[in-house]
Structure formats: C-alpha cells, structure tokens
Design a protein around this ligand. Structure first.
Ligand SMILES: [Zn+2]
Length: 414
C-alpha cells in the first residue's frame, strides 16, 4: 500500500524534518499534549514478523496521530508523536526483531515525543496508522516495515517534498540582555530527551546527572555575579549538537563548557576520574577517539539527519588554526584540570583531545568535561553525591574565573 505523503507545516514537524531526509511521511501530527496528567500513555510496545515484513506496535491510552519517515546513514525510521508519557519496561527497545535492530523513545522537544527505530538496512514504511480502542483492544499505533534497496530508498527521498527549513530550536534560557557587558558562559549539559547518554548498571542516566551538575554550576557562577550564564538546555529536552554550537556563537559566548559523564564496556576494564577534552582532528588515544565517536552519535540517536551537516572536523580546524580560539580552549582546559586536581578524582591522563562536534565553534573557546565514569562504582557514587557535585562545581567556577578575569579588564570577552 502506498503511503500517503503530505506536507507538515506545524512548528514541531518543521523543526524535526527541516534538516531531515524525509523519505516517507505519513499522517499528521496532533496538537502538542497538555498537562502531564492528561498526556496519552504508551503502555506497551512490541515487534512482530521477520526480515520480510516487520510490524511495530505501541499500545496507548488514547488514539494519537503520527508522522513517520525514514533516514539514511545510519538507516533509521523516525516516528513523531504529540507528547506521550512512556510507561514501558526499562528494557523496551534493547532487543530487535526482523528488520529492526533496536529502538528508543522519549521527548524530542516540549509537546513532542519521538520513537527512533534502528534498522538493519534500507526499509520502506509500508503502512503507518493509528487505531482507536475497540473490541477490548487498547488504542494502538502500527507501523509495517518492508526491506528495500538503497537505490529505491534514495529515489524515494528525491521525490519527497522537502519540509520547510527548521525553525530555530527553542532555547531553554532567555537571551541575555544586550546591555549587560559581563562575559557570557554557556553551560551545555549533554544529551537530553530521547537521548539518555550513558547509563549506569543501577539505572542512573547521564542526561539527568549532567543537567543536575550544570544547574549547580550555574548557581555558583550566578552567585559570584561576574559572568552571565546560559544553558543550552535546562530541562529534559533533546538539543542537536549543531544547535548547541550555534547557540553559543549566536549569544557571543566567551566560553562554552559541555558537561558529560562517560562509561566504558566491562570488557575494557575499569577507568576512573574526570577528563577535560578539547577539539582536535587527531584523537589523543584510542579511548578519546571512542568517546568522541560515542558523543557524536547523539544526533543519530535522536533521529536527526546527519547528511545535511558538514561533518569535517579537519576543515573546521583549518579555520580554527587561524584564530586564537584553539589556544584559548587549551588554556582553559589546563586551568580546569589544575582546579579539579585537588577537588575531584582525575583520570590518569586528564587532558585529552578528539573530534567532538560540539566543540566546533570557531570563535568560542570550548571544552568538554567528562565528570567521571558511570560504569565505575566509586565514580558513580561521587557523581551522584550532592557534596561532590558542589565541590566539583566550585572547582569549575574557579577555573572559569581564572580564565575570564584577564578578559574582564580588556572589556571584550573574546
Ligand atoms: Zn555524553
């Protein structure tokens, strides 16, 4: 059955589809959900079928509309929904079946939820529909996927009417007053919404932990009063990597600090302590390369099209080399490691570089801090302790002050 293709013009779909290869698009989005207690609830989810046809079903407390489309490189199917409360088993999505390798779900922005299926290859959305509750069955959302070849897949993309350009992502913090001459520090808690980041065996999620830490750090900087502070996100919403960079640049940030927490597979043994990263085409070591690759996957995880984004760190570095930004970034990274030395647990090689997309603003000194390892028991204990968070945030605030104070005298922040 051919899928009905329609243009979606609401803000949500414009945002989600603006930079996306929208190969197939079905249905229309309902208006964003209201208060949390009135949100539709997803109560169960299951996969059926095989490699010839795979069916994906979500049980819901009420009928909702959906918009589904495919993305390449990596192959994904994205289902956009009005905001839904997901009350699913914690393991939901880890196991694939048929054409689907795995899937994840969550908030993509206020009022909008998203499900992203990773598929084994190029697929076509054969059917996508919503059913009202009937005959003792709950309301459902049903998606049938069939395999296709890459050439057909790309052809269907070419025929697709591209949706309007993405609307600017709503930033969680108000723009600073232009009359305020204080330098701006942008704090960037990693991940959010549908992208959980890494996860501890005991269930704690990186996205929650780094947001908590960023809030603590913002409080400390605000209290000192010498700097303006903005956050790329201050709630559990997904923000694409490029938006984070754009935000810092558009606001004229004097410093950008991306905050993360790492995890390593058990097979690679144990690691502990904080690491501060700057941007480089060549990773310091294999671990730095692995980490940058993992952090750069955030957009793919959330169903953002990657083919529209320039992906070439090398080109950005050529540009960077002509500016002082890179040396400022390294200078701040060194200052930060110095401050963290006494107050936090440091990794045995605490200063590293790799090709992190989120550090590519050519005019804003940028570092990425991995606070510690969610996969290491002792680190996780510290990471989740308010005392440790407070001490570590004080150290970061001190490093910010040491770095920016000479610039205060000069009037211009960078
Ligand atoms: Zn991360």
């Amino acid at each position: 059955m051919a899928v009905r293709t329609i243009a979606l013009v609401c803000a949500l779909s414009a945002l989600l589809a603006g930079s996306a290869i929208a190969a197939e698009r079905t249905g229309a989005l309902a208006k964003p959900g209201g208060a949390a207690d009135s949100l539709p609830i997803a109560t169960d989810v299951r996969l059926g079928g095989d490699d010839k046809q795979t069916r994906f079903v979500v049980d819901l407390s009420q009928k909702i509309d959906l918009a589904a489309f495919t993305l390449a490189d990596p192959y994904r199917v994205v289902i956009d929904l009005p905001q839904v409360a997901f009350k699913l088993s914690p393991k939901a999505g880890e196991q694939g079946r048929g054409l689907v390798k795995a899937f994840r779900y969550g908030l993509i922005m206020q009022g909008g939820s998203r499900i992203v299926l990773d598929t084994k290859g190029p697929v076509r959305i054969d059917k996508a529909f919503a059913l009202a509750a009937a005959d003792g069955q709950p309301a459902r959302l049903v998606l049938d996927l069939v395999p296709t070849d890459r050439a057909s897949f790309l052809r269907s993309i070419a025929q697709e009417n591209r949706a309007p350009r993405a609307a600017p992502v709503k930033q969680s913090e108000a723009a600073p007053k232009p009359s305020d001459p204080r330098p701006l520090v942008v704090l960037d808690p990693g991940h959010g919404g549908i992208d959980n980041g890494t996860k501890a065996a005991s269930g704690e999620m990186e996205k929650d932990l780094v947001l908590q830490f960023a809030r603590t750090l913002r409080e400390k900087l605000d209290r000192a009063g010498k700097y303006r502070v903005a956050m790329t996100r201050s709630d559990d919403t997904f923000i694409p990597l490029s938006e984070r960079v754009r935000f810092a640049r558009a606001q004229g940030a004097a410093l950008f600090v991306s905050i993360h927490a790492d995890a390593i597979p058990r097979s690679e043994g144990q690691a502990e302590g904080a690491t501060v990263y700057t941007l480089s085409e060549h990773a310091s070591d294999a671990e730095a390369a692995r980490l940058a690759e993992a952090e750069n996957r955030a957009d793919a995880i959330a169903g953002v099209d990657l083919t529209a984004e320039p992906d070439d760190v090398a080109n950005i570095l050529v540009d960077l080399a002509q500016r002082e930004t890179k040396s400022y970034s390294v200078q701040f990274a060194r200052t930060l490691v110095g401050e963290l030395k006494s107050k936090a647990r440091l990794h045995k090689h605490p200063l590293k570089a790799a090709g992190f997309k989120v550090l590519t603003a050519p005019d804003v000194p940028s570092v990425l801090v991995e606070l510690g390892y969610m996969s290491t028991k002792d680190d996780l204990k510290l990471l989740t302790s308010a005392t440790w968070q407070g001490k570590t945030a004080t150290a970061v605030a001190q490093a910010v002050d040491t770095f920016l104070t000479p610039r205060l005298a000069g009037g211009r922040s960078n």
